[in-house]
Ligand binder design. Structure first.
Ligand SMILES: [Zn+2]
Length: 53
């Protein structure tokens, strides 16, 4: 039996890859860094809680 996570219903958000920020395309301008908006899927937490089906 595998050791369960602290909260098995909570897992890394696939939409943002656990970063909590939406994936944005950075412009090719080193001095213009875009601050990515919080991920809509997880609300910027980087984790999502699966609802019990
Ligand atoms: Zn997310």
């Amino acid at each position: 039996m595998k050791k369960p996570a602290a909260n098995p219903t909570e897992q890394k958000c696939p939409a943002c890859n656990g970063t909590g920020f939406a994936v944005v395309t950075q412009p090719a301008q080193p001095n213009r860094k875009i601050y990515p908006p919080p991920c809509k899927e997880c609300g910027g937490k980087g984790r999502i809680t699966e609802a019990a089906n």
